[in-house]
Write a new protein. Structure first.
Length: 111
């Protein structure tokens, strides 16, 4: 699932679509296309990618299809990235401590 999210977020137009939906609460392909430098059919294709990644959901209101942001996949991806960052921070802190210890040992043996 995370791979689909990264694939969807890799495109700047799709990120803009998510921003617009988050700002407005919902949107249709037509209303989104009016705010983007791409056609309505292109917006529909982008929405399909976002939908496959679980980042948006389509809701039918009469003849209109409104899209809303689904935050759960973004939250899961952000949590994964936080865990990854914490692991790297711990590794870097261990390397720093080892380097400082070695430097301290070198200074002590010279004096």
């Amino acid at each position: 699932m995370t791979e689909d999210v990264f694939t969807a977020l890799a495109d700047p137009t799709r990120r803009t679509i998510l921003d617009l939906l988050a700002t407005h609460g919902h949107g249709t392909a037509t209303t989104l296309a009016a705010e983007l430098p791409v056609s309505r059919p292109a917006v529909i294709k982008h929405l399909a990618v976002l939908d496959r990644a679980g980042l948006v959901a389509a809701q039918r209101h009469g003849r209109e299809v409104r899209y809303v942001v689904q935050p759960a996949p973004l939250q899961a991806t952000a949590a994964w990235m936080s865990r990854l960052a914490a692991d790297w921070d711990a590794r870097l802190a261990a390397v720093k401590a080892l380097a400082e210890s070695a430097a301290s040992d070198d200074a002590g043996s010279r004096g």
